[in-house]
Design a protein around this ligand. Structure first.
Ligand code: GLN
Length: 197
């Protein structure tokens, strides 16, 4: 049990700063990660929202794809939001050409799934393991989880679609809790990292 774990935020593209602030508010030591040496120093990692194709290409370019896959496979706690959820999927239903993921969660995701109906919206979402009422889910061209394997726990659904999941030390949400000032999901992730390190 490590009381103040060091948690990285993958800082290739996306809303890195908001996650750094939310993690610090949830009592973690938070720092950006861009290079394999920086990845080696963290106890857990957040993969932010942004654009999953861009994150995939930049991860290749920065030499992070393989080291990150290895650490996730070895059980490092990870939390992906929106594009980060896509990066944690073992399979994308509708990938752009050359788009790769880190994997770690046995699920198939559909990119921009909510976006086609409604580019961006907010909704209360009840999340298993989060007490004191629903979280305010901010969905921005959000993916949903089309299907999950037997090892995956579904933590939340919205409109009949899966929007939060956990498999072992990997957590993912379609929505962006880092944009709301409600740090309960970051708190849950910090607890996962504490328990693992
Ligand atoms: N639609 C984006 C993607 O495919 C995700 C959007 C987001 O992270 N807000 O990567």
């Amino acid at each position: 049990m490590n009381p103040s774990p060091v948690i990285g935020v993958l800082a290739l593209q996306g809303d890195v700063r908001e996650h750094l602030i939310a993690l610090a508010a949830a009592d973690a030591v938070a720092r950006p990660v861009r290079r394999p040496e920086e990845l080696a120093e963290v106890d857990g990692l957040v993969i932010p929202g942004g654009e999953s194709t861009t994150i995939s290409k930049l991860a290749e370019l920065f030499g992070l794809m393989e080291p990150l896959r290895e650490r996730i496979a070895a059980g490092m706690p990870v939390y992906g939001t929106c594009a980060g959820l896509i990066m944690l999927a073992d399979k994308i239903l509708d990938p752009r050409s050359g788009q790769e993921t880190f994997g770690g969660i046995d699920m198939i995701v559909r990119r921009n799934a909510f976006g086609r109906q409604n580019e961006s919206f907010e909704a209360g979402v009840a999340v298993t393991g989060i007490e004191d009422g629903p979280v305010e889910g901010v969905f921005i061209r959000a993916p949903w989880v089309e299907s999950v394997g037997a090892q995956v726990e579904v933590l939340a659904e919205h409109g009949g679609h899966i929007v939060a999941v956990r498999q072992g030390n990997a957590l993912a949400t379609s929505f962006h809790p880092e944009l709301t000032g409600d740090h309960r999901i970051h708190g849950l992730f910090v607890d996962m990292v504490r328990a693992a390190s």
